[in-house]
Design a protein around this ligand. Structure first.
Ligand code: SF4
Length: 443
């Protein structure tokens, strides 16, 4: 838990020597609490105080990063329970489970399409994050060699990060050797195998899942594993039903954030068996989600859900301002104007595109606001529109000397005529859905 300025002040020498550049220790403490200065600016802080201040500066939920071949999946570092309090930062990684008992051809057939899957949502490419190779599959016992072969089969078709699933240290060791130099996640250390698993995690710089039947046992185990020098831990509280996993996930998050309970201050892993459980895991509060298989019809809603939950609600999704071509327009085709709020842009662009009519779409920089909001906030006015016309070369690329305003800002047409002398200012419909009809009948 971060310390207040007064709490930090109590840990400082309180001599007001000014060497840090501030007139008093209290002034320095206040700046330190606001994270505007570095502790190293004071040369007189005791080692004991340094340790306390470093601990208080650590995030309540540790950031755990999996790495492979240029890919990274980060989980943790969250500081709030609810998204309306502050942004959620590190999107939970979505992993597809691969049965290590499968034949190499079957593994390739599962992994290749999941690896290649990408879907565009309001201008953002969304993808899955990795694969979880599971030795507990239904096809019989897995030897270390078979597990390593399954891991290598995944690597043949995907470079994304891996979770290696087995409670047997010998099997996990074989998997780790197959991806030497990467930073995968091992599942899992329990009351029986934790020493061997901790040794493997430390040796291979892997993150390690710790699992137990109760929160008390889980906390006790994380402390033991941490004492062995493994810091990057992930928690599996073992509940698999909807209500049980929701309760335990929420308790762990509350304990970490509200009580600063370090033993449970780690990201969670979830193994949802249904779409509802997967959605719940994304919303509350998994850092890694292992899906039972790959299906585009499940991947799409989960990726979109995740994108929406992990988007700063105060920062609208934006598209790049500019002059966009739709349906291969010629210079004599109409120029429609809108703002750079993603949803506004895609509403207009999709309507025009699906109409088959060619047009230019002039997207102005309205700081990501929709038309009416931007107009009310003074971010979408005649001056800005005229500036965009010139900046993005509308007079050079088109010949009509005409722009079409959104119907909601018809009030701007007079002013815009003043800003663009000799241009015709038309007022289009209020709703994007009416644009094709307007273009056919009025342009
Ligand atoms: S350098 Fe340290 S002791 Fe001196 S005023 Fe700054 S905080 Fe206080």
């Amino acid at each position: 838990m971060a310390l207040s300025g007064i709490q930090i002040y109590k840990l400082l020498p309180q001599t007001n020597c000014k060497e840090c550049g501030f007139p008093t220790c209290l002034a320095f403490a206040m700046k330190l609490a606001a994270k505007q200065v570095e502790l190293s600016a004071c040369p007189y802080v005791s080692d004991e105080s340094k340790a306390k201040l470093a601990e208080s500066a650590a995030p309540p939920i540790r950031l755990v990063t999996l790495k492979s071949n240029g890919y990274e999946v980060k989980a943790g570092n969250e500081v709030v329970l609810f998204r309306h309090e502050k942004t959620f930062y590190n999107k939970p990684g979505l992993f597809v489970r691969v049965d290590a008992t499968s034949a190499v051809e079957e593994i390739n057939a599962l992994v290749a399409p999941a690896d290649a899957y990408v879907t565009n949502y309001v201008g953002i490419d969304l993808k899955l994050d990795g694969f979880a190779v599971d030795a507990s599959g239904s096809g019989g016992a897995v030897t270390p060699e078979k597990f390593a072969a399954a891991v290598s089969a995944v690597r043949e078709v995907s470079h994304m990060p891996l979770v290696l699933i087995s409670r047997d240290p010998a099997i996990v060791a074989a998997g780790l050797r197959a991806v030497d130099g990467e930073h995968p996640l091992i599942y899992a250390a329990d009351a029986e195998n934790w020493e061997a698993m901790a040794a493997l995690a430390k040796q291979h710089q892997a993150a390690l899942v710790v699992t137990a039947g109760t929160l008390d046992e889980l906390a006790e185990l994380t402390e033991k594993v941490k004492a062995k020098g493994v810091e990057d831990l992930v928690l599996d509280p073992s509940a698999r039903d909807l209500s049980g996993s929701l309760i335990l996930s929420t308790q762990i998050r509350r304990l970490a954030l509200k009580k600063n309970f370090k033993a449970l201050g780690y990201p969670l892993i979830a193994f949802p068996k249904t779409p509802a459980a997967a959605a719940q895991a994304i919303a509350k509060y998994a850092g890694f989600v292992v899906l039972d298989g790959f299906a585009p019809e499940l991947a799409y809603p989960l990726l979109v859900l995740r994108q929406n939950i992990y988007t700063d609600p105060q920062k609208p999704i934006q598209v790049q301002p500019g002059l966009y071509e739709i349906n291969n327009p010629s210079p004599s085709d109409p120029v429609l104007v809108t703002t750079n709020f993603s949803i506004t842009y895609f509403s207009v662009a999709n309507e025009v595109e699906s109409s088959g009519l060619p047009a230019w779409l002039l997207v102005t920089d309205a700081e990501g606001m929709s038309v009416l909001t931007a107009w009310a906030a003074g971010k979408f006015d005649s001056e800005r529109i005229a500036k965009a016309v010139k900046t993005f070369g509308v007079p050079e690329k088109t010949s009509r000397k005409q722009v079409v305003l959104p119907g909601h800002v018809a009030v701007l047409s007079g002013e815009l005529e003043g800003e663009l002398p000799g241009w015709e200012i038309r007022v289009g419909p209020r709703e994007a859905v009416d644009i094709p009809k307007f273009m056919k009948q009025a342009l």
